[in-house]
Write a protein that binds this ligand. Structure first.
Ligand code: ADP
Ligand code: ADP
Length: 225
């Protein structure tokens, strides 16, 4: 489902963010991406989302060759992904319900379907009782669950989470990853960037470590692949 072949990324400033990077992630996997600050994790995510193009190499996501993907096709490609960010990126003047419904409205999903899917997704993330709340009235963990609901509502085959627990308390962080793990059990591929080693060690998922723009290890918690 995800294939990086000899990918290098050199920014205009001359920084080599990724050097001959190779990785292969199958459909249905849950992968943590770890590594020190400046290692190239965000660059990996930006390439994965086609927010940046590689300087060389090939990237395939869901059967699409991202190097050849035309600029005008990028928005359609992005809709096949669910993305969750550290800073939630909710729309502040919209209720929880509308934040999730909005993701469907922009893709012209019929309102009858929206009325059935939004409550279902909110129940999945445990926020049925917060549907009418504004994001500012929710805790950090709850806001991230809204962001997750919004990412899930279009049934993406791949969820990309960039430091999703960076702004929430440790015990709530566990809940978020637990929720992602449940979603993963239903077949959705998850790629999650984090620098929280304690969190990573609580789950038995694949862990890839990036350092200085290369993949330096690829393990399972508790054993080598
Ligand atoms: P991480 O997410 O692991 O902290 P990044 O992918 O953000 O690492 O950064 C990798 C390297 O690329 C760093 O040296 C960073 O300063 C540099 N970098 C990241 N984005 C840009 C950019 N848009 N322009 C120039 N350099 C960048
Ligand atoms: P945390 O301490 O975990 O950040 P909060 O104290 O912000 O959580 O919120 C605790 C609970 O109270 C949450 O369920 C939140 O939705 C609710 N809540 C917080 N502030 C308000 C508010 N102004 N109006 C309605 N509900 C609120």
């Amino acid at each position: 489902m995800i294939e990086f072949v000899n990918v290098s990324k050199v920014y205009k400033t001359g920084t080599h963010a990724l050097n001959n990077f190779n990785v292969s992630i199958d459909r249905g996997e849950f992968v943590f991406v770890v590594g020190p600050s400046g290692a190239g994790k965000s660059t990996f995510i930006k390439l994965l989302m086609s927010e940046e193009k590689p300087s060389s190499g090939e990237i395939y996501v869901n059967g699409q060759n991202l190097v050849r993907l035309k600029r005008r096709k990028i928005p359609y490609f992005r809709r096949t992904l669910g993305v969750v960010f550290q800073d939630f990126r909710l729309i502040p003047n919209m209720t929880v319900y509308d934040n999730v419904a909005f993701a469907l409205r922009v893709t012209n999903v019929p309102s009858k379907e929206i009325r059935s899917r939004v409550p279902y997704i909110l129940s999945l993330v445990g926020l049925s009782n917060k549907a009418k709340s504004l994001p500012e009235h929710l805790s950090g963990g709850e806001q991230q669950r809204v962001a997750l609901a919004r990412a899930l509502v279009n049934n993406p085959s791949l969820i990309i989470a960039d430091e999703p627990t960076g702004n929430i308390d440790p015990e709530l962080s566990f809940e978020i990853v637990d929720l992602l793990s449940e979603i993963n059990k239903c077949g959705t591929t998850i790629v999650m960037v984090t620098h929280e080693h304690d969190l990573v060690s609580e789950f038995n998922h694949r862990v890839i470590t990036i350092d200085h723009g290369t993949l330096v290890s690829d393990d399972w918690n508790g054993g080598y692949r």
